[in-house]
Design a protein around this ligand. Sequence first.
Ligand code: PMP
Length: 356
Amino acid sequence: MVKHNFYAGPSILPREVIEATAEAVLNLNGSGLSVLEISHRSKDFQAVIDEARSLFHELLSIPQGYTVLFLGGGASMEFCRVPFNFLKKKAAYLDTGVWAHKAIKEAKAFGEVDITASSEDKKYSYLPKNFKIPADADYLHFTTNNTVYGTEYFEDFDSPIPLVADMSSDIFSRPIDVSKYICIYGGAQKNLAPSGLSFVIVKDDALEKVDRYIPTMLNYKVHVDKESMFNTPPVLPIYSALMTLRWIKKQGGVKVMEQRAIDRAHLLYGEIDRNSMFEGTVAHEDRSRMNVRFVLKPEYQSLEGEFLKFADERGIVGIKGHRITGGFRASLYNAMPMSSVQVLVDCMKEFEKLNS
Ligand code: PMP
């Protein structure tokens, strides 16, 4: 049966990325060696990481003065590397839910943390806006897409202080004005590659401004100077990342990714709003294009398990909501074809016909 993969992460990758990775695992560029068994300092791998870095610059129009890093550790490691490298006295953080909390927790170990705005009052079902950013903070940190709660900021704020963003779950789904940020980071396992890899876009002249000792592996400056090769980087995820970046370029770039994301989200939210059995959980203007949350209306809630089974029988996987929020979550990352969204929409329609 054809599978329709709505997992939140690790999650769907373009089929040709998986096939190209599989091929390189068996025989990299016809070398007779696997990508798993070559030195990260070999000419073949150097070409991989160089092209991946350069495609990041090209696809996101990253200005001069920034470096792209590929590091081990995932986004959770960056929660700690960010304040280690940038927090002098005080940092501002937006509290938009679970991943923001984890970032805030780490920052508190390094200085004062101003919780500039929070949507906790409504269980993170909307995004704070029109807040006053403290001009004396070193940076404002926010999560552009809240994978668990299904909210997303679509713009890069105007801010009196530099921005830092966790873009784990919406990188490459829209153009970004990188010049507003000193750091953009994320785990690779949604829109880019298998897990175990962080991508970091860092502004070079924002580094080395703190007085504290930074352990070598946590020091962005070390990784900038060593071009992500201070130690052995996650070779296989970087190879897959390159395949994804080539795929994005071939599709037409991030503008095309953005339009597809808008179209997919429009189709699914349209059905959620139309269907008499389901409802969305997030303020309309803040609805994420990447992670669509919905629930059965209270009178139908006892059918939750039945709907999951009904969907599973149609090849739909990964729509069970996060354990914190319950309900359903359909993740619509870049590689998600419109046809799979249509299968989910048809499944919801059919379920309604049988049960309402
Ligand atoms: N930030 C966001 C927005 C996420 O969705 C996730 C993972 N789901 C993380 C951070 C944590 O990423 P990692 O597992 O790579 O540490």
